[in-house]
Design a protein around this ligand. Structure first.
Ligand SMILES: Cc1cc2nc3c(=O)[nH]c(=O)nc-3n(C[C@H](O)[C@H](O)[C@H](O)COP(=O)(O)OP(=O)(O)OC[C@H]3O[C@@H](n4cnc5c(N)ncnc54)[C@H](O)[C@@H]3O)c2cc1C
Length: 309
């Protein structure tokens, strides 16, 4: 992994860094580029606007690593309100939700609580007429997230998973999850992983991404290709031309605020494009991962800090 990226992700876990970044007024300006707003209505407005442009969305109520049951409960309530509002606004057919299990109690060490909370979000999604995808977090959570996914899918077979090509285990996970009804978002991975579990350099992560994409495309599920990487997108479009898949049986996914012209270009070419829309007040972890992905973002952020303070 790029050393600057490793450094930013490590600094993100430091309480002093968190305090400086969270308090700096300029952080909010940077956040606005990547986050749709602070409350439910901001998320719904973004979904409606994207739907008007022919784009689907997956909404993420920001927050992660909650350490008490009351915060986990608050997250579930936020998703229940959001899903009801998406249905009322008439966009549930195009807008689903993404959930981090660490936001509904995964770090509390009570697997039953996590399953109960995630089940409530799935039930609300079912009532609204849409779906849920479980975001993937750092490598310590992969096995338990996939175990919860398997339990949820017994009742709601449409619950989606995220797999990270940076992790060596992912090629096996792709084979496991390429069956009928399975929805898999394939991404490179936004977290720092230990070297024994992960590919060492970016090129290996890309090669693994392509191998995983081939596996998912050869299967019977719905592959959801989450990347902004122009080279990977070109390869995916080429691979799509070589397989027999009905239109709409693959999604391209990009993050809110990143390569918006590319989002529209893919949609206009007839592909299903889903934009990941984060909203809420707990934007710190999300912002740090976006900065770590791209040195230019970090430079922009640091320059703004210096010129503003
Ligand atoms: C819809 C979606 C959902 C995701 N869900 C998860 C998840 O659940 N778990 C997880 O670990 N990761 C998730 N990710 C993040 C993912 O793992 C990568 O960290 C991220 O997408 C950057 O990798 P890339 O494939 O875009 O390629 P990169 O090689 O990182 O980027 C390629 C190009 O894309 C553009 N770009 C990429 N990132 C940025 C940025 N932050 N700002 C501006 N331009 C940028 C630049 O032009 C860059 O050159 C998700 C990504 C997407 C798109």
């Amino acid at each position: 992994m790029n050393p600057l990226r490793t450094l930013i992700l490590a600094a993100a876990g430091d309480d002093r860094v968190r305090e400086v970044v969270a308090r700096a007024p300029v952080s909010r300006d940077v956040v606005r580029r990547f986050v749709a707003g602070e409350d439910t209505e901001d998320g719904v407005r973004a979904a409606v606007r994207l739907a008007g442009q022919g784009l689907c969305s997956t909404l993420d109520h920001l927050g992660e690593d909650v350490l008490d049951a009351a915060d986990a409960e608050a997250t579930v309530g936020a998703y229940e309100r959001l899903l009801a509002r998406l249905a009322e606004a008439g966009v549930a057919g195009r807008a689903e939700v993404s959930v981090k299990l660490s936001a509904v109690g995964q770090k509390l060490g009570d697997a039953d609580l996590v399953l109960r909370n995630a089940s409530r979000v799935c039930a609300a999604a079912e009532a609204a007429g849409t779906t849920v995808t479980l975001d993937m977090e750092d490598h310590t959570t992969t096995a338990s997230t996939l175990a919860t996914l398997a339990q949820l899918r017994q009742r709601w077979p449409w619950v989606g998973a995220v797999l990270q090509s940076a992790l060596r285990r992912t090629e096996d996970d792709c084979r496991e999850l390429s069956g009928p009804g399975s929805r898999v978002r394939l991404c490179k991975g936004a977290y720092a992983h230990p070297e024994e579990l992960a590919h060492r350099d970016a090129h290996q992560v890309d090669l693994a991404y392509v191998r995983c994409a081939r596996t998912l495309l050869a299967g019977d599920g719905l592959p959801m290709f989450a990347t902004h990487d122009p080279r990977l997108v070109a390869i995916l479009l080429h691979l799509l031309g070589t397989v027999k898949r009905p239109p709409g049986s693959v999604e391209f996914q990009l993050l809110y605020g990143i390569r918006p012209a590319e989002q529209l270009r893919l949609a206009r070419a007839g592909h299903t494009v889903r934009v990941y829309v984060p909203y809420g007040q707990a934007w710190y972890g999300y912002l740090m991962r976006r900065l770590a992905e791209r040195p230019a973002n970090t430079a922009f952020f640091l320059r703004s800090l210096v010129t503003r303070t």
